[in-house]
Design a binder for this molecule. Structure first.
Ligand code: NCD
Length: 315
């Protein structure tokens, strides 16, 4: 089998063939999700626990739906009211849950690296649903599936990722994935929102939307992650929108058939004009949400197969 991982902690450890394996299986789940009976039993008898230590709408809902459609027993831990608030450490919480024998643990955490640490302490498959500024692998995979379906391929494309790159795990996972699949990645944003050492990823960096968008096949907009900022990274939202907000005028610099993406949540009038976001001829934002469920089903299916095979080998 081409997918050999025990966990899905990031895009970094994945081989291109493993990325393709997830996307190919996700195609089957897109079809299932569009059919009358959306149920499968591939996770029957398995327990999935979702632990979100940070707010989420799309990611949490789609992981829950994905597990339920595959027949798993899904539990959502309400982390706001859990013992974490009483001072229990992440590791103690993980060990407590581990004693309940989960099979799949889906974790989102505000600290980079927290999910990797947790994966070392438990004996089930762990999926990273976003850790700090580090990685958000299922987001990059759902973006890749959306691009592959819209553009007919996932290589030799020019993809512009625009906005708050420095604080974005979505940007990081995407640029790693797109690089592995041999695309040209451009990062566009004010220098204050570019991470240090960005050159090592082999992408081009621009602080001007016109230059950066020229010839782009895909325009990916990012939210200003104000919760991760501790000072004045931008002069004002108005000024930011003027220079970096995607409107029809700036989109015209990209290719005529360029698609517009956004992982959500969107701030209309800050990083993107509402009319562009709603333009069904250009924006694929709703498709991204649809692909999210399918990609998460595929990832959990593949991890569960590896988990069950490892358990069988041990028995
Ligand atoms: C992103 C995240 O949480 O990293 N949202 C998401 O998962 N769709 C992006 C963001 O918060 O801006």
């Amino acid at each position: 089998m081409s997918f050999t991982q025990r966990h899905l902690l990031g895009i970094e450890p994945l081989h291109p063939a493993e990325i393709t394996a997830i996307l190919d299986l996700a195609e089957d789940y897109v079809a299932l999700n569009r059919s009358g009976d959306k149920h499968s039993e591939v996770l029957k008898g398995l327990t999935q626990i979702n632990m979100f230590f940070e707010n989420s709408t799309r990611t949490q809902a789609s992981f829950e739906l994905a597990g339920k459609r595959l027949g798993a027993d899904v539990m959502n831990m309400a982390m706001q009211t859990s013992s974490v608030k009483k001072g229990e450490t992440l590791i103690d919480t993980a060990l407590t849950l581990n004693a309940m024998h989960p099979d799949l643990l889906v974790v989102r955490h505000p600290h980079s690296g927290a999910v990797n640490l947790l994966a070392e302490k438990v004996n089930c498959a762990v999926l990273n649903a976003g850790d700090g500024k580090h990685e958000h692998p299922t987001q990059a995979l759902l973006d890749a599936l959306t691009i592959r379906r819209k553009k007919g391929r996932l290589h030799r494309l020019t993809v512009a990722i625009c906005g708050d790159i420095a604080h974005s795990r979505v940007a990081r996972s995407n640029l790693i994935l797109l690089g592995k699949m041999e695309n040209r990645v451009r990062l566009i944003g004010p220098p204050t929102l570019m991470p240090a050492g960005v050159a090592e990823f082999g992408c081009e960096v621009y602080d001007d939307m016109q230059k950066g968008l020229e010839g782009a096949d895909v325009v990916m907009m990012l939210r200003l992650q104000k919760e991760r900022m501790d000072g004045g990274f931008i002069p004002s939202e108005r000024e930011y929108y003027h220079r970096y907000g995607l409107d029809a005028e700036k989109l015209a610099f990209a290719k005529d058939d360029a698609i517009v993406m956004h992982p959500g949540p969107m701030n209309r009038g800050v990083e993107i004009d509402g009319t562009i976001a709603d333009d069904i001829n250009r924006s694929v934002i709703q498709e991204q949400v649809e692909m999210g469920v399918a990609v998460r089903m595929a990832a959990m299916d593949l991890l569960a197969r590896n988990l069950l095979a490892a358990r069988a080998a041990q028995a």
